[in-house]
Structure formats: C-alpha cells, structure tokens
Design a protein around this ligand. Sequence first.
Ligand code: SAJ
Length: 399
Amino acid sequence: MGLGYIGLPTAIVAAMHGIEVTGVDINPQVVEMTNAGRLHIIEPGLEEMLREAVKAGTLKASATPETSDAYFMVVPTPFKGNHEPDVSYVEAATRSVLPLLKAGDLYVIESTSPVGTTEAMTHIIFTERPELKDKIYIAYCPERVLPGNVIYELVHNDRVIGGINPESTEKAIEFYSCFVQGTLHKTNCRTAEMCKLTENSSRDIQIAFANELSLICDKAGINVWELIALANKHPRVNILQPGCGVGGHCIAVDPYFITADFPAESRLIADAREINNYKSFWCAEKVKNAILEFELKHHRKPTVAMMGLAFKPDIDDLRESPAKYIVTKVMQSCDNADILVVEPNVKEHKVFKLTDYREAYEQADVVVFLTAHSPFRELPWREDKVMLDFCNYQLKYKQ
Ligand code: SAJ
C-alpha cells in the first residue's frame, strides 16, 4: 500500500526476488507509469529493475488492493499544523485491506509512526474483523534506506522488526529474509516504532550541532567547514555538516512524533528542531541583506541565482526543503524578476520558473548555493560575484 519513495523500491526489490507483488497507489498516474515500467521518482538504477519486474510479471500496480498473503503499509505519515502526527493515511490503507484479510496473513506497517500506532491499527483490525483475533500476524518494520542509495540499502541494511507478539515477529522475519541480507533484529512493536524515531532524531540533533557551529563561526570569522574537518581528525569526534537547514519527509518530521507525545521529556530533541528550522530563516535573512547591500553599493537591483531547490544533493525531492523555503522567502521580499531559480534535477515546477545552472551562474551578481548538487562542483569560485555558500558546494573541506 503506497508506491512512493519507499513503497515502490520495496515492491520492485521484492518482485526481483520472485515474490508476486501488487503495488497499490491512490494516484492513477503512479499506477499507470509503474505498469508502463516508468519510474515516477528519481532513484539511480531503479527504472531498469522496474522494467524487468513488470516484464517478468512479478510486479503490477493497481488502484485497489488485491487478496494477498502479506500486506505492507508504506504510506506517508505527515504532521498536522500543530506538529501532531497524522496517521490517517496508515489508517485509510489499513481499512482498505481489512475486507481482504484472512487467517494466516501478515500485516506490516513500514510507515514512520508514533509509538502505539501498530497497537492502534491492531485494535481497528480486530474490532472490524473479530474472527481474525490471534489468527493473523501483525508487525512494525521501519525502513532505513537513504534516498539515492535505496537499492543497495534495501538489501544490505540491518532491520528492526517488532511484532505484536513473538509469532508475528517471526512471521515478518520470514518474509523479510526473502530479500534482506542485513541482520533482522527482533523486538516488540513499540520499541521498533521508537527506534525509527530515535534514529532520525539522533541525526537531527547532530546536524543541529553543526548548524549551531555555523552560526557561531559566521560571527567569529571562522570557516566552519575547515573547523569541522579539523575537529573530526580527533579519533572520537564525528561532527556532521552544516547546511541551509534540515529537510525531507523524515528527519525534519519524525522528531515531532516524539515531542508531540512526550513534550516535557524531549527538550533536546525539540531544541534541535528549532535550531535547524532557524538556520533556514537565518540563511534567508543573509540573502536579503546581501541583496540590499548590493543595491546600496551599485544603485541597481542585483540578479540573484538561487542554486538548488531539493532538500539534499542529487535528488529531485522538494518535500520540506529548506532551500525551497529560503527561495520563497527571498522572492517574497524582493522583486521576482531578478531571482533566477536553479534545480538541475527537476524539469519543470508549478511555482518556480527554472533556469539552467550555468546560465544563472553566469548572469548572477549574487550567487546563493543552497544544495550541493554534483553539477555545481564544476563552477569555479568567482571573486567578482557576491558568493553565499551555505552548503560547501565544492566539497572543499570533505571529511
Ligand atoms: N543534512 C545536513 N547535514 C548533514 C547531513 C544531512 O544538513 O551532515 C541535511 C540534508 O541536507 C537534508 C537533511 O539533513 O536536508 C536530511 O538528509 P539525510 O541525508 O540526513 O537524510 P534523509 O532524510 O534523506 O534520510 C534519513 C536517513 N536517516 C538517518 O540517516 C538516521 C535514512 O536512513 C532514513 O531511512 C530516512 O531518513 C527515512 O526514511 O526516515
């Protein structure tokens, strides 16, 4: 259930291992493209595998679920306005497979979920289908793949699997053993849910430390990337990289699933979220100031190149993207005509008119590097332009 950034690759990898898979998605375009062997996401190497699986007949997409032996909920869990987790897609997907469930089936939630979601869905399933109590297997098994390296990580990463009882855990392990070569670690569903939230909160906190350092270094006149590269020469220090904020649908979202349920206890987790959000605001202010300074000095509006919209390098995913937030903020406060927006991984965008990166770089008086996409690396540092580099685009101080 769900053919997105995780559901689709999982369906493809399972199909490539001989499992007969029906991928279900509510978006008819996704269903149509998948059946035509065309990938609706960017993921290196995956389209060839999709074509092969569709040709072999082991994978097909559909708008409605079909009777199966195992059901996987791989739908989004966003948050509502007040940062409360929204599990309505998980519930909708669960309700749509409810009539199909039969004794002996496996039901797994993969979507990142607040603690207690698997138990809540179990309650729904057994309320609606009481005859299935103790007759089906229910587990939570989060994914851990990194967009851009999905095919390798789906197979090689260790996974944490937590059933509502030991039998469910074993049944889920039996399934994942078909294609996962990493170790499958057994636990209960609440621990597995919290484990996923912990992993992403841990990364958010580490990035917040790097972003905090970047603010300090900016004031202190220190190159933060050089500083971090040097500090990381210590055998027990491993600081991550500052950027223009934290984006994506995971790290910028999942910590709120903890803070919403445990507000008094999760102070560090909440602070990290605030620091990472503040970094994007700070970057937008820096750009606005650079534009004003240019105007004062040259008595004309500058042409500004905003380099990158995606939430991290070399992907096309703009969800929760700090770069997109910064571009929007800057455009709102300046005359749109002078802002050139660049995103080499996206052909067209509904809101932003996109410009080729070389052209924008050439034309711009002020260049703002937001996302360190690989093609940008070829662009030489230009002393004749106002350069704002929020992402170490040349990877000059690579760890
Ligand atoms: N970022 C930094 N500095 C860094 C590393 C990342 O600013 O040193 C920023 C990125 O630019 C991006 C954001 O953090 O805006 C998140 O990027 P990411 O590469 O850290 O992570 P995601 O969101 O692509 O994937 C994460 C991964 N989780 C962890 O590394 C703990 C992945 O393994 C998960 O499967 C994924 O979340 C998920 O689906 O939850």
